[in-house]
Design a protein around this ligand. Structure first.
Ligand code: GDP
Length: 139
């Protein structure tokens, strides 16, 4: 069965350009409900822990530097089929390959500074939601 929550993060490139409001509106218009939301400044340990799966990749240090360069807005979103539908809404990792109308096509700068995160599985959605929020905040 497909789960009904996903975890997103509006990344520092987007918050820095004042795009958070537009992106949140885009998400709401697509039928997602915000269950939890806050603004955070991640330190290296927090950002590195979030992206631990990528720690052997050549871009890992740059990614951590980027994610600690300004405020992030993590949100737990709710909708039927949340993970798959949200991945569709944000588009491909590289905005040059993202479909027209997707959040990354509209607002991302590059494969790294790509405006927004979306969980890639139900299991990761739960794990990532708990990375930023308590049970009480999520459920
Ligand atoms: P996502 O699930 O679409 O966010 O993509 P990944 O899980 O593969 O990568 C995590 C994040 O790392 C991406 O959203 C980008 O911010 C960054 N990233 C991914 N691939 C690259 C790359 O080839 N170069 C750089 N500099 N950053 C990347």
């Amino acid at each position: 069965m497909n789960g009904n929550i996903t975890l997103t993060i509006i990344k520092p490139d987007a918050t820095g350009k004042g795009l958070a409001g537009k992106i949140i509106d885009h998400i709401l218009q697509a039928g997602f409900r915000i269950k939890a939301m806050k603004m955070v400044y991640m330190d290296e340990r927090t950002a590195g822990g979030f992206y631990a799966v990528h720690r052997e990749r050549p871009f890992f240090q740059d990614l951590v530097k980027f994610m600690t360069s300004g405020p992030c807005i993590p949100m737990v979103l709710e909708k039927d089929d949340a993970v798959a539908d949200f991945r569709k809404l944000i588009g491909a990792t590289n905005p040059a390959q993202a479909e027209e109308g997707t959040i990354r096509k509209l607002y991302a700068e590059s494969i790294e500074r790509n405006a927004i995160h979306g969980s890639d599985s139900d299991e990761n959605a739960l794990r990532e939601a708990h990375y930023f929020f308590s049970d009480m905040e999520i459920f």
